[in-house]
Design a protein around this ligand. Structure first.
Ligand code: ZN
Ligand code: ZN
Length: 410
């Protein structure tokens, strides 16, 4: 996903974690940091996370956690049951990006044109550390599914895991996810009641005209003139047909037509993307764009067709699940370190497929230290290990609060 950094609390320096009611052993934190560096040095692209998956399986088994492999190909689900009670899922994405890592860190990627530029190595280590802690302390009553999901970047691994039976094989009452967030200090999180990330769709428009001599345009039908009108008028969907109080983006990002200066070509191709925070607006935008592509080019004698692909839904938090995260995080970080009602990001996230199936919440985890983090997807991105402690504490706090141990249980 490509993201814009948030500006919330930018002036706040990294702080110490306020509450210590969940004590993480230093040895566990050191181990999780080591795992993170190992994962960083061996990144793998979506659906090809074979070594990463084997690494996760080996660790989960060593914690005594039941393991299920194969969902979404390289996906892994670890299940920790401790008595009767509710069931929740916690998800980490595990894939890397096709970027050649820059810089000279010790644990730099050893794979050409592949690196953990989105910090999923951090997400994976945090969830492994959480699994280890919970398997040792078992201060909860119920079941936790640790979901290690492949291919978050563009390929929609969450959807594939669901199609492979994630929620049938592992029914759960709620599902939770996090993403590391440059621009937010270590020790803080941000979570909304409602949208966190936008929906993401792509389209390809084909304009078919009639080629002719450029000096005699009236003998043909000019797809470039139609494309120009279409590009300009597409923006009226946002400015004239969506309420000014609501938001959406349509961007034409690619245009292809013609070979030379004296020929009007017979076709033009436009490609682009649509983003929104509301599923009804998203549908409206698709409908209006389709209508415009079919009708407007006719004024130029050109035929317009659109191939519209619905990709990721809006990542929107369920109100109760949001409250659960907010309370669990406040418990371990202090209220000052839990940002709410933050501006959502127009980037997208396939966790949205999971939270469409069961109620869920997704939050951002601060990673800025004394030196601000590089942006996500930057070729020198390196997850800040200082955030591992915060991540594990929030997950443990969430499990212990949502799956409370009964007074009489051991
Ligand atoms: Zn990403
Ligand atoms: Zn990511």
């Amino acid at each position: 996903m490509s993201v814009n950094n948030v500006s919330i609390n930018e002036s706040i320096k990294p702080i110490k974690i306020a509450s210590t009611n969940i004590e993480l052993q230093e040895s566990l934190l050191q181990q999780a940091k080591l795992w993170r560096k190992q994962l960083h040095s061996q990144p793998e692209l979506g659906f090809k996370e074979f070594k990463t998956s084997a690494f996760i399986v080996e660790k989960l088994i060593s914690f005594g956690i039941e393991v299920h492999q194969g969902l979404g190909g390289t996906g892994v689900v670890g299940t920790l049951k401790n008595g009767e009670g509710p069931t929740i899922g916690i998800r980490a994405d595990i894939d890397a990006l096709p970027i050649e890592e820059q810089g000279d860190i010790e644990h730099k990627s050893t794979h050409a044109n592949c690196m953990h530029a989105c910090g999923h190595d951090g997400h994976t280590s945090i969830l492994l550390g959480t699994a280890k802690y919970l398997s040792q302390h078992k201060n909860f009553s119920g079941t936790v599914h640790f979901i290690f999901q492949p291919a978050e970047e563009v390929l929609g691994g969450a959807k594939v895991m669901i199609e492979d039976g994630l929620f049938d094989l592992f029914p759960m009452d709620a599902v939770y996810g996090l993403h590391n967030w440059p621009g937010l200090p270590v020790g803080q999180i941000a979570v909304n009641d409602g949208p966190m990330m936008a929906s993401f769709d792509i389209f390809e428009i084909t304009l078919t005209g009639v080629g002719t001599h450029a000096a005699m345009p009236h003998l043909g039908a000019d797809p470039i003139a139609a494309a120009g009108a279409l590009i300009t008028n597409i923006q009226s969907i946002i400015s004239r047909r969506i309420s000014p109080l609501q938001s959406g983006v349509v961007s034409v990002t690619q245009m292809n037509s013609g070979d030379t200066t004296n020929v009007i070509p017979d076709y033009a191709i436009l490609k682009g993307t649509v983003r929104s925070f509301d599923m009804a607006i998203r549908q409206n935008m698709q409908d209006m764009l389709t209508e415009m592509v079919k009708t407007l080019p006719l004024l130029y004698g050109v035929k317009g067709e659109i191939d519209y692909q619905v990709c990721y839904p809006v990542t929107s938090n369920d109100s109760q699940a949001y409250l659960n995260v907010k309370q669990a995080a406040t418990e371990v970080l202090g209220a000052n370190n839990v940002n709410i009602n933050v501006e959502p990001s127009m980037a997208s996230e396939d966790f949205s497929f999971m939270s469409q199936h069961v109620k869920g919440a997704y939050f951002w985890l601060g990673v800025d230290g004394a030196t601000p983090s590089k942006p996500l997807h930057n070729a020198a991105y390196d997850f800040n290990d200082a955030a591992i402690e915060t991540g594990i504490k929030v997950w443990v706090s969430l499990v212990e609060s949502q799956l409370p141990k009964k007074p009489d249980s051991k």
